[in-house]
Design a protein around this ligand. Sequence first.
Ligand code: NAP
Length: 255
Amino acid sequence: MIRVIVNGAMGKMGRTVCDAVTAEEDLELVAMIDPGFEKGDSGAGGVPAFSSLSECLEQTQADVAVDFTVPDAVFENVIACLKAEIHCVVGTTGLGDEQLQKIEFQTSSSGVNCLIAPNFAIGAVLLMEVSRVIARHMPSCEIVELHHDQKLDAPSGTALRTADLIARERGAEAPAPAGPEGDAARGYNHHGIPIHSVRLPGLVAHQEVIFGGQGQTLTVRHDSISRESFMPGVVLAVRRVAELDGIAVGLEKIL
Ligand code: NAP
């Protein structure tokens, strides 16, 4: 049995993760953490609920912590769990490069691992992989990412990672985006790739990468139409995180 705690358990993703963990025979949900819980709260089957992670860590033995919280909380949560020698699976977006370096350092001093994935949906991971291949042949491209209107960060972590992967593939000969430099109407420029962020009620998580060549365009699109789309990836990560060596970014590292 892998004992799992879920940070952000009252959130949209956290609730879905708690259900997904409970449904798996080899995983056991041992605690839930969210500021919205009150003392003495518990979930289905009496699973203890905590409003504070430190209180949970004092009282709970766990193997893996899953984090779907908010950009302001995720770094401290992950460091606290790693210090308590609990492997981490992180879906919360917004971690910066300096924070990733500190997390990497903490994994090596604690001897536990951390998997961070900006997108746990297999289709989105394939979109990134396919985009990398297309960029070798059609280097001019722009990204349009569309999310629900409650999303706190923009551009999305998936869009930034897609741009990272494409930029690495295009190398130094990357074409400059068209139009005047710094024009807000041309989107957020990440490594020379314009990213356009749409936030609307009714959306879940969607992304298009549009490649343009002479006399042709090629569009790759992925749609998460429900939060269940992320669950096979999260469950796989919970099962595999202990086999990693330190920090890994991207679900593809365990596929
Ligand atoms: P959400 O509905 O706002 O849920 C976040 C929850 O975390 C809220 O209940 C929030 O409580 C709670 N929280 C805040 N600080 C906390 C802390 N210190 N410890 C524990 N819980 C805390 O957001 P969501 O839609 O579930 O998304 C959560 C994150 O996952 C976002 O960063 C989003 O971009 C990301 N995401 C990633 C993927 C992926 O595949 N990697 C997929 C979807 C979403 P309060 O409301 O009281 O602040």
